[in-house]
Each structure stands twice: as C-alpha cells, then as structure tokens.
Ligand binder design. Structure first.
Ligand code: ISJ
Length: 415
C-alpha cells in the first residue's frame, strides 16, 4: 500500500506570484486555474505518479484538512496510432500526478500543500511558505511571434471529406481542427504565457502542463465535469459566432446565433449526449431546454449549463471516461466521429481537446476540455483550434471561425 504524507497550511500571499517565483526549480509543473471562481490549483514537482487513485493511504497533516491534489492531463485520443509531433512525444505517459508542492485557492481560502512519500520535514514547509510570502509581483511580457499559415485548400478538402461522411450517414457531426506552426522572435518561458493568460482578458480556465522544456497551455471555456461529493456540474458548449467590443453589435450577433438552425443543431448533439450519459450514472439531471449565450473575448458560444447528482459508487475518473470526448470536440456518434478524425486530420491532436484537470484524495475535482491551447518548447510550437461540421457547413466560414478561436491562445503572447 502506497502511503502519502500531505501537509497543508493557510497562506496570505498571491498564489500566482508564489508559483512564478518557485517554478524555476521544478521539471514538472501543473496549473488548473479558473479565472471566474476560486477553483485554482498550481502544482510543482512530482512526488509520485499513480495509474489509478485506489490503493493509496493518506496521512493528512497541518492546520487545514485538504486532501492531496493530483493533476491529470490526457490525450484527446490516446489510442490513435498516428504519432504525435515531437513536442507532445516528449511528455511522459502518466495518469495521476501528485506534485511536491501545490498552491491552492478555493472556497476555503489560499493554502500551501507539501506532499512527500516520507513524513514532511517542517523546515521544508516553512522554507516554501517564506519563499511564497516574499514573491515579487509578477510582470507581463510581450513575445512577438510569426505564424506559418496552413492551407485553405487542404482545409476545404478535409471539410469535403467530412461532408461526404455526413451525407453517406456515417456521422451526423464531426469536429475538425487546424493547427498552425508558431515561431517566436525571442525565447520565452511557460511562465510568460501563463501570466499573460491569467492577467489578460481571455475568460475561462487556464491550463498548463510543463515537463522539462516542453509545455502545453491555454485558456479553455469548456468545463467537462466538476464533482464535489455527489454534486456534479458540467456544460454543453457548441455553436459559435464572433464577439464584438460594441455591446449592441455583440447582442445582435448573439441573437443571430440563437436563431441559427445549423448552430442549434450542432449544440443539440451535445445536449442529447449529456442527457444520455448522465441519465445512466446520475439522478436529478438538470439541463435547461434552451441554451444561453456565453460571451468570451474573441467569440460567443451557445451554452447550456448542466447539473446532476452522481449515483453512489461512481467516481470522477469514470465520469471523465464516460463524458470525454463529447460531441462538442469529436462529433456524433462519438466513436465513429473519432475514427473519422483519425482518417481526415493529418496530425495527432495530443493533449489538444483532451480532458485536463485535477482530482484530490477525497475524489473531488474538475476536468476541462483542453481547448484554445498550444504546445511549445520556448522557441515556438503549435497552436490548435477546431469547429463542428454538420450538414450545411461552409468550409471557408469554418476556417474563419477557427481563426477567431485561435486568438485566445495567441493572446498568451501578450499582443
Ligand atoms: C473545438 C473547439 O471548440 C468547440 C467547438 C465549438 C463549435 O464548433 O462551435 C464551440 C465550442 C467548443 O466546444 C476549439 O475551440 O478548438
């Protein structure tokens, strides 16, 4: 039986500043940082990685009873035989990773957690607490970059292939993506992108997984599932129109989106899937009949909030397994759409559109869908975005929609 010692104590300092100061010394770094609510977890180092959450004993110590916080970053399609690019290839294939140090800000306040396989030495906790308390205020930096444009011609051919699969009845919807090569004008760090995503105006949850000199990061609007006790929260997010700085224009675009049959159909596939999956493993499933608008910095989406009570015995990793991928990032039917993505897309998505999140030793946690993200090595990398293709989709419009979505990860460069 693995025994894990976990010590948590309250802190006053800003956890992002603390993370920025401490991060230099750690090969493994993990962030799940909800910008809208205090649901923020930032991990450093690797105490242990487990293939599953069962079979572990915890010694929880310190003035706050916070179970140890594990992180988990999962590929969109882990069985896809196509090789990922060399950046994704450089990440170890680990499931639940427990950092040595975790900075937390949640409904119970801010805290520092230190995890170890042996009793936690008090001087170690005091040293981290001192360092975090003395952390200087972080600063934003702009990283100029260039993008290598991908081919519109190739995209049109891919959308054609998707539309013929739809016409032949193989799928009703498939979500295709594009990726672009990014080259920075000077070296940058994961911290530079993290700070711009957290302090910039992108809405959503900031994700970061760094291993040595490669890192995956972004700011996603899409919650896959959050579990606290038996309470479950999720969302359906599909259907997109542009955002606008002019509030009247933004409202006009939003009401066009609400009235647009194609977007409503794209959205309905996700709602149907949620109802079906949650109906099997939850009770009190609440899904409003009509979507709302979620207005983000660069786009607006059709959004349906979801809540439910999880049946006794159903755990968070099972929920993630049942819910991911949703038709919002794969298509419908999900299995067939995944196979079609393997056929049509020329690359393996890696963590893009994968389930990324955290889970604590009590089984509570949250996972988001790794959208509006990219993978980088400090000199450049790849940025990704996709969109749902249904009957009636026009390739050039979808190309432009993806360009709008890409702006979120590009905002990590501080422009
Ligand atoms: C696939 C992405 O976004 C997904 C697709 C959407 C759509 O097709 O309208 C909207 C939100 C997301 O569920 C992405 O951002 O890359």
């Amino acid at each position: 039986m693995t025994r894990i010692y976990s010590y948590s104590q309250p802190i006053d300092s800003d956890i992002v500043d603390g993370f920025c100061l401490l991060q230099k010394g750690f090969t493994d770094q993990f962030v799940y940082y909800d910008k809208q609510s205090a649901n923020r977890y930032m991990g450093l180092g690797r105490c242990i990685a487990l293939p599953q959450m069962e079979g572990v004993e915890y010694e929880i110590e310190g003035p706050i009873d916070q179970p140890p916080v594990f992180f988990s970053f999962n590929r969109f399609d882990a069985e896809n035989p196509k090789a990922t690019d060399e950046l994704f290839e450089a990440f170890p294939r680990l499931k639940f990773m427990l950092p040595e140090v975790v900075l937390v800000e949640n409904e119970r306040g801010r805290m520092l957690q230190v995890n170890s396989l042996s009793p936690v030495y008090p001087g170690r906790i005091a040293r981290f607490a001192r360092q975090v308390a003395g952390a200087p205020r972080r600063e934003r930096v702009t990283v100029p970059f260039t993008l290598e444009r991908d081919s519109r011609e190739q995209w049109r051919a891919e959308v054609d292939a998707a539309l013929s699969a739809i016409r032949s009845g193989r799928v009703d919807k498939v979500v295709l993506s594009r990726r672009q090569r990014l080259l920075a004008e000077h070296p940058f760090s994961s911290k530079d992108l993290l700070v711009n995503l957290i302090d910039g105006d992108a809405r959503g949850t900031v994700l970061l997984y760094r291993y040595a000199d490669v890192f995956f990061c972004g700011c996603t609007p899409e919650l896959l599932v959050r579990k606290r006790g038996q309470q479950l929260e999720s969302m359906c997010l599909a259907g997109t129109c542009p955002a606008s700085e002019d509030p009247d224009r933004a409202r006009e675009l939003a009401s066009e989106l609400m009235a647009d049959e194609k977007n409503r159909a794209e959205h309905e596939h996700v709602v149907h899937f949620m109802r079906e999956v949650l109906g099997r493993i939850c009770h009190d499933v609440r899904i409003p009949r009509e979507p709302q608008i979620l207005s983000l910095r660069h786009v607006q989406h059709l959004h349906t909030p979801v809540s439910a009570k999880v049946l006794e015995g159903v755990n968070l990793p099972e929920l993630v397994g049942d819910l991911h991928p949703t038709p919002a990032v794969a298509g419908t039917p999900v299995g067939e759409a995944k196979m079609l993505i393997r056929q049509i897309e020329s690359y393996n998505r890696g963590f893009f559109a994968g389930a990324c999140g955290y889970i604590d030793g009590a089984g509570d946690g949250a996972f988001s869908v790794g959208l509006r993200t990219g993978v980088f090595d400090g000199e450049g990398g790849w940025v990704y975005a996709g969109c749902g293709i249904v009957e009636g989709s026009v390739a050039d419009d979808e190309f432009d929609e993806i360009d709008m979505k890409l702006k979120t990860i590009l905002s990590a460069f501080g422009e």
